[in-house]
Design a protein around this ligand. Structure first.
Ligand SMILES: Cc1ncc(COP(=O)(O)O)c(C=O)c1O
Length: 399
């Protein structure tokens, strides 16, 4: 079966956050931009998903909808098939999105003033969720050697010893730096968190998007002890481009932790689900696998294309080669360390919308994140525009 990821699909008039000119104007100060920012893809979902949603839509009645055995089976089958992880039905707790789930977890496991650890540069809603719920952000900043990122375990251990540190939010694979953590790294995280009674929230929303040569390990699947200490967040949203359907699987093997989490959902009356998301998710997990395998090949080719393009045309901008996700972290520090200037070059001169590096924390200064889940033609045009504006700036500053 041939899959078409090359066709450029017009997303105008679909209220797409990524493309809407009024959103771009508010966010970037420009409305006519090429958007390679927010994390959704410019590809259609797999055909079986579209068919399932159309069929459900044609039924015409969209009343209250509940999750039945088939829903849980689809999640369990997928998790077993792709990740060799045997999940029990009762471990799965529906939540309408992982970001809401992270907020609910802070409410479930922390008191005001408690501390929650993250690893910047990292997906920015984590820090916001911690602060919005009256807790303190503790940063175990990742170490950057000019090519790769690693974990500062001495700092991690020191911070984990603080009795007020209740949660650690692990981004696995990591957004935006694209690391797939090794089994050794995950095991060490687990050991430190167990020793210090820190609950690990493993946000694995990108874990189906592993690029060639890398192996992902579900945190809770490494050992029974790690399973007891952790909550695993998964979803079909990144994998199959279903983010707008607002569904996620919060998997909590530890009964005591699950009861506390479910109580917060109950307190907020979180239970109802969009019927489209139920049918869409089942079709994705049951029939979307060949599409996903083809998508991963296309994404890998986009990484190669971007890497070669930058090496040939703009070697002063370094691509941190992603091991997973469709997001890549670009190091502009050789061009400038002034983020206002960098934003001018990319947002206003090139008119390309990327996620600003400092959105991910101070450690993101001098970087930007590019979303390469788009037809290669769009990626090429974005790189050409960036090359032109950055080269002109470099040329002018030499003169
Ligand atoms: C690491 C990570 N977690 C969560 C989300 C969003 O999850 P949701 O849309 O389910 O709230 C994203 C989206 O980019 C993400 O990158």
């Amino acid at each position: 079966m041939q899959y078409d990821f090359d066709t450029v699909i017009n997303r105008e008039h679909t209220d797409a956050l990524k493309w809407e000119p009024c959103i771009l104007r508010d966010k970037f100060g420009e409305k006519d931009m090429l958007p390679l920012w927010v994390a959704d893809m410019d590809f259609k979902a797999p055909q079986p998903v579209i068919d399932a949603i159309v069929k459900r839509a044609e039924h015409g009645i969209y009343g209250y909808t509940i999750r039945l055995k088939d829903y849980y089976d689809a999640i369990m089958e997928w998790t077993e098939k792709r990740h060799h992880w045997n999940v029990k039905k009762e471990w799965i707790v529906f939540t309408p999105g992982i970001v809401p789930a992270v907020n609910y977890m802070i409410q479930a496991y922390c008191l005001a003033g408690d501390k929650v650890m993250i690893q910047t540069p990292v997906y920015y809603p984590f820090g916001k969720a911690i602060a919005n719920n009256g807790c303190q952000v503790v940063d175990n900043a990742l170490l950057y050697d000019g090519r790769n990122y690693t974990i500062d375990f001495d700092d991690f251990e020191k911070k984990a010893r603080d009795p007020r540190l209740k949660l650690f939010i692990l981004c696995s694979p990591h957004n935006p730096i694209g690391r797939v953590w090794t089994k050794e790294e995950l095991t060490r995280i687990g050991e430190i968190c167990i020793a210090n009674n820190v609950i690990v929230v493993a946000d694995e929303i990108h874990h189906d998007l592993i690029l060639e040569g890398h192996t992902h390990h579900v945190f809770a699947n490494i050992s029974k002890d790690l399973a007891k200490q952790s909550i695993i967040c998964t979803a079909p949203s990144k994998t199959f481009n279903l983010a707008g359907l607002n569904t996620s699987n919060i998997i909590i093997p530890n009964k005591e932790l699950r009861i506390r989490y479910e109580q917060v959902l109950e307190n907020n009356s979180i239970w109802g689900q969009n019927p489209m998301s139920i049918d869409g998710m089942k079709a994705a997990y049951r029939e979307g696998e060949p599409w996903l395998d083809a998508l991963l090949l296309y994404l890998e080719e986009n990484v190669r294309f971007m890497d070669n393009y930058l090496k040939d045309n703009l070697p002063c901008v370094k691509l941190i080669r992603p091991q997973a996700t469709y997001l890549a972290w670009l190091d502009f520090t050789e061009v400038t360390t002034d983020d206002t200037l960098l934003e001018k070059l990319i947002f206003h001169d090139a008119k390309v919308a990327l996620d600003g590096g400092t959105w991910f924390g101070e450690t993101g200064s001098g970087f930007m994140r590019i979303n390469f889940a788009c037809p290669r033609r769009i990626l090429q045009e974005a790189l050409e525009r960036i090359t032109k504006s950055v080269s002109e700036y470099c040329q002018a500053s030499r003169e």
